[in-house]
Design a protein around this ligand. Structure first.
Ligand code: PLP
Length: 491
């Protein structure tokens, strides 16, 4: 036995050694480009391959071999050929931070049980608040961007009508949320959960590049007022999910100021651009937002989940959310209880999500993180340029603001044909079929979707993120894999 009571043979130590082995043997941490990004199996096949039933105890050896299979059939998000989602691999420092906080099993609600991590969260938030340009702001880490967006909606509502906290909604006219037709679906979910109702979400038209039209917003707010409704807030987007569009923040801020409406920015995806020296201009006006949601677990590669909610007005987060539980937030504690930050949250127990990002930032500094972002955007632009000049490929948008590269592949048999509705019906089936072939080959993961409100049929969306740092050869791989698997279609 060592002094601290843990012998080298403790269960924890044995499992930790096993874990390292498993990650190594399973090629998880730095998967080679030659290994598959996925070994796709249908649910019915997975049921046969992995013993999922619970009941009687399992010996460790069997357990570890089951874990090997779980690793084997899991998607390698750290693979250079994973461009499927708005996240990919993780920053190694972030992963180290996540492992450490898991082992310490800390709960972020009070200084009493989380002395250091409470201060870490505060230090991180202060740094980001400065970066955003909030002079005296506040913030909290939330379990994901959907929840961070809900924080924005709740604070806007509390600011507009604090009585709703105690009396509920029944004595109020309908509240209306304005957001663009390209915004994230979490706005709808938030409207449902907060009793606002999804029919009271006004979808404002976007321009061809997917950015909210300020004049349309202004019209929609006036129309809601004329109908006796109460404009609650505008949810703008910096980095829409599909096209990566950034709404015109300054112009939207003008409309909101004129109308006295709260402006929340969903910067879950594009917020990471604020770290870049080269590409942050598109976020000009950030400091004019009333609140902001940002997901470092996306482009920046903090391990899931890591989401920040920031608000310009100090104190609001606490007065809005506090329930003052007397068993947890005793006001007569012997230390400075202003560090008991948990009552600002909607949660009781809360994971330490700040540390992962804090450690990445501490290691790399502002400039190091900024360079990673620059490289991710540069690589997306390289891919865009490759696609622009390639026969059979067609860009949906040439001017990209984030790292979303959206494009169609036109199989040789369909090239040069009249582009009537039959032709587009065929094109609509191309991306799903190529996707199927890529998944079966395990050679590339890339997303596709239609955008019906823009009349766009199925197209591919390739995304680059900071980890693993993308390279030109990985972008070339995207193009060549799609060509290889798509050239025989409609022959
Ligand atoms: C991903 C995303 C969200 C939701 O964030 P989660 O952490 O997945 O809940 C919200 N808005 C935008 C623009 C996003 O890209």
């Amino acid at each position: 036995m060592s002094k601290n009571g843990l012998s080298m043979g403790s269960k924890e130590e044995i499992l930790l050694t096993k874990l390292v082995q498993l990650l190594r043997n399973g090629d998880v941490l730095n998967p080679s480009r030659d290994s598959p990004v996925v070994r796709f199996k249908h649910p019915s096949e997975l049921k046969e391959l992995i013993s999922l039933q619970l009941g009687s105890p399992t010996p460790d050896d069997t357990l570890f071999s089951t874990c090997e299979d779980i690793v084997k059939y899991s998607v390698r998000t750290r693979h250079h050929h994973f461009h499927n989602q708005l996240y990919a691999g993780t920053d190694p420092y972030g992963l180290f931070g996540a492992w450490l906080t898991e082992a310490l099993n800390t709960n972020q609600h009070t200084f009493e049980v989380s002395p250091v991590f409470t201060m870490v969260e505060d230090a991180l938030l202060q740094h980001v608040l400065r970066l955003v340009g909030y002079k005296d702001g506040d913030g909290i880490l939330a379990p994901g961007g959907s929840i961070s967006n809900m924080y924005g909606m709740v604070l806007a509502r509390y600011k507009l009508a604090p009585d709703i906290k105690t009396k509920g909604l029944s004595s109020f006219p309908p509240l209306v949320v304005f957001t663009s037709e390209d915004s994230h679906y979490s706005v709808l979910k938030g409207a449902h959960w907060l009793g606002i109702g999804t029919e009271n979400v006004e979808k404002v038209e976007t321009d061809a590049a997917g950015r909210m039209r300020p004049q349309r917003l202004s019209d929609a707010v006036s129309r809601a007022r004329d109908q006796g409704k109460l404009p609650l807030l505008v949810v703008a987007t910096a980095g829409t999910t599909v096209l990566g569009a950034v709404d015109p923040l300054e112009k939207l801020a003008d409309v909101c100021r004129k109308n006295g409406v709260w402006l929340h920015l969903d910067a879950c995806w594009g917020g990471t651009l604020m770290l870049s020296k080269k590409y942050s201009d598109v976020l000009a006006g950030l400091e004019r937002m009333d609140s902001i949601a940002w997901n470092p677990h996306k482009m920046l590669g903090a391990p899931l989940q890591c989401s920040l909610f920031l608000v310009k007005e100090k104190g609001l987060l606490h007065s809005c959310n506090a329930a003052s539980a007397s068993y947890l937030f005793q006001p007569d504690k012997f230390y400075d209880v202003s560090y008991d930050t948990g009552d600002r949250s909607v949660q009781c127990g809360r994971k330490v999500d700040a540390f992962k990002l804090w450690l990445m930032w501490k290691a790399r500094g502002d400039s190091g993180l900024g360079r990673l972002v620059d490289d991710a955007v540069d690589c997306a632009r390289y891919l865009r340029d490759q696609i622009a000049g390639r026969p059979g490929f067609r860009l949906v948008l040439a001017d990209i603001q984030c790292t979303n590269v959206c494009f169609w592949f036109i199989p040789p048999a369909l090239r040069g044909k009249p582009e009537d509705s039959d032709w587009w019906d065929k094109i609509h089936t191309v991306a799903p079929e190529i996707k199927k072939r890529l998944m079966e080959a395990g050679s590339l993961m890339i997303g596709y979707q239609p955008l019906p409100h823009k009349g766009l049929r199925n197209f591919f969306r390739a995304v680059t993120a900071c980890h693993p740092p993308p390279a030109h050869r990985d972008m070339d791989h995207v193009v060549s894999e799609i060509e290889t698997h798509g050239s025989s279609l409609f022959l």
